[in-house]
Structure formats: C-alpha cells, structure tokens
Design a binder for this molecule. Sequence first.
Ligand SMILES: [Mg+2]
Length: 449
Amino acid sequence: MNRRSIMKLMTSAAATAAVAKKEAKAQETVARATRGMPSPKIRDIQVIACAPAGLRLIVVKVITDQPGLYGYGCATYTQRADLVVPAVEKYLKPLLVGRPADRIEDTWHMCYNSSYWRNGPVLNNAISGVDQALWDIKGRQCGVPVYQLLGGKCREAADCYGHASGGEIPELIENARSYMAKGFRHVRVQIGVGGMAGYGSRGAGNAKAESLHSDPVYEPAVYIRRTLKMFEACRKELGEEIELCHDVHERVTTTQALQFCKDVEQFKLFFFEDPFSPEDIAWFRLTRQQCATPIAMGELFNSPHEWSPLISERLIDYIRVHVSQAGGLSPCRKMAAVGEAFGVRTAWHGPGDVSPIGHAANVALDLVCWNFGIQEYSGFSDNTQEVFSNCPVLKNGYVYANEAPGWGIEVNEAAAKKFPFGAGDPGERGRLNGGWGVIRRRDGTVIKQ
Ligand SMILES: [Mg+2]
C-alpha cells in the first residue's frame, strides 16, 4: 500500500467516525426528549377572584413542586361565585396537595367522586378549575399549546358569532351590519320588547309595561310576536347569506316553544337556542317530529344525564354546554366525541361570564373536534386584558389560539386585585352579590331566566 492509499483510508475512517458521533448525539437527543419528564406534584392550589369587566370571574391556580411550573383553570359561576372559592380551598385542595399533577383523568374522577353527591354547578366549576389548570401545566411542561395534547388542529381557527341587539328593529339591523362589516358570517339577533325585560337586548321605550308588581315584566306571547317580525326584517334587510342565531332563553311555555320552532323554520336559522328548559327536554322529541329548525341547547346542563339523551336520540343539532359548568375540558372533550357519533356539533357557551382561561379552553376544543359547529365569542375589555395577558385573538369573525404553551395566558394577580367583586356592579346585581334578580309576568308569576 502506497502513501496515497494510506491517506485515503485514514480520511475515510475519520469521516465514518464523525458520522457515527453525529448519529450518537442525535440519538441521545431523541432519547432525552422521549424519556418521560419528571412527574410534578401539586404543591398548592389558590383561587383568583376578580371582576375586571364587572362580571365575577373565578380562576384556579394549581402550583407544582417544580419551579415556575403552574397552571390556570376557569371555575367561573358568576351568579354564585363566592361559593366556588371554599369548594376549591376547603375540599379540593386538601384532597389534591401532594398528588401528581400529570394524572388529569385520575384527578378529575377523584374530585368528582369525593363529594359523593355530585353534578351541581358549584362543585363542577371547582373541578373545572383544577382540571383546566392541569391541562395548562401539561402543555407548559411539554412546551405545546393544549390543542396539541388533544390531537392537533382540525381547522385553522374557530368561526364565531357576535351578539347583535337593539331596542327597535332598525337599531338591531344596524348593529348586525356592523358585525358583518367586521367579517362575521354569523350573528345572534335579539330584539327588545316595549316596556319589558328582553333577553340579550335592552328593552324598547321607557314606560314599564302595566303589571301587578314592581319587578321587571316579561310576557312570552308579546316577545314571540315581536321576534317573528324581527326575523322578517332581518332576512329582508340583511339578505340570505348571513347566518342568524337566536336565544329564546327558555322563557316561553312549552307549547309556545313548539309553535315558535315551527314558525321560524321559514327563516332558515343557523340555530334556535334553548326553546325549552332542561326540565322540559322531553319536548325536543315532539319538536323534532314537526319541524327542521336547527336546535341548540345545553348551557345549563351539569350532568351527562341531561345531555346524553338529547345527543343519542339526535334531538338537537348543537351542544351548547358551559365547559366549566360541566366539570371542565376533560368531560367536554368526551361529550364532543359522543356528539360526533350522532351528528351533533359543538357550540360551547362563550359569554362574558367565562374567564379568558375558559375561552382558551373553548378554542382548544373548537380546534381539535371535527364536529365543531360555531363558537360564541364576546371579546375582552381592556381591564380584562390587563389581568389576563395573551387572550385568544379575534380576526375577521374567527377566533385563533395564541399558540403559546398550555393556554398561553398569564394572570397578573396584582392587576386582578384592582378589580374586586362588586367594583363594576353597583346596580341590582351588585346588591345581590352577582346573583340575578327576578322577572315576573304581568300577574306576578316568576319566569325562568
Ligand atoms: Mg344562551
């Protein structure tokens, strides 16, 4: 072997060694990434209560034993917010401190079963606070948004509907047009009723309707007639392209609701929400047999006993559960999967009495569930964004995830203290500590709200 051949062989050997070293390093990186991260333990559970936009919000913070690793979950039950705080601090915290923070499903069932009596709104919201915080922690630990932990995106963003309303029809039409100008393809339309307490819209006129009492008045037949006129005007003025939603808010009698569902069929609504209350769900069967108006239902549901027959019998089109009310992301993810099997789509409740953490959970579900239908979205005030940074972003009628790990939202606890409960709520709801008051028919009968 001459000198030239020896040099060639040495170069080749060095190259082979370099490749081997590079491969070994790559394999080590993969092994490190897939080795399994150390299991964090729950060190503390705290409750953050604030009302930056007037509505009382409750957020649970779960802190782990790993430095800087914590998460937030929405536990907002705005009408009884103060009751959720001891449910978390006095019952869930002693149960969970010291346990692993990465066993989300197991933790959910521990919390759910430890009260023996279950499925109430206070306890479900408390569980949701912990559940969503654990998803946040897992996302932060893995360095990915929660939607990635749930299988990744089915769509780029979630189509939303805005709330258009007006005391009079021209005002409502103008308000709906302003949403359309911002890019919304779906609008919920609600009209005020003269002298009465309308839902989703201020009343029309100043004079209170004649009644036998001094509380706000509501008469279902008057509301129904006015709303049918509103739909006629909406289709005439806004055209056929815009998708219209409407919320009856379970305020009419069962027979009126059935008739109402049939009367609005001609307007080709995107959905007609809560024509019946949870106590009257048997009426959905009758409605389904008589008309094809798409029905949305579910924001008051706490329990699978309530929503499961409506989905499995295909009696509704959109499940509209309030995610924290049903116990958090974990049960709602399964609810959506059941819906997929029966052709029912999601429309998670998304008003102002959901915290930004809860909205982020809604968006995660919207992105990962194939049977997504629509997302209610109410936006975030400047005060709210001072407390909750990096909220989901609305653009052209779509809401987007913020793409940061976990929910990607930080809570400024010092800013939260600037907005205590009651600060922005000096009226009747302030006096009732966030509770809703009473609405009566002309004769004094209390109505469902
Ligand atoms: Mg509703």
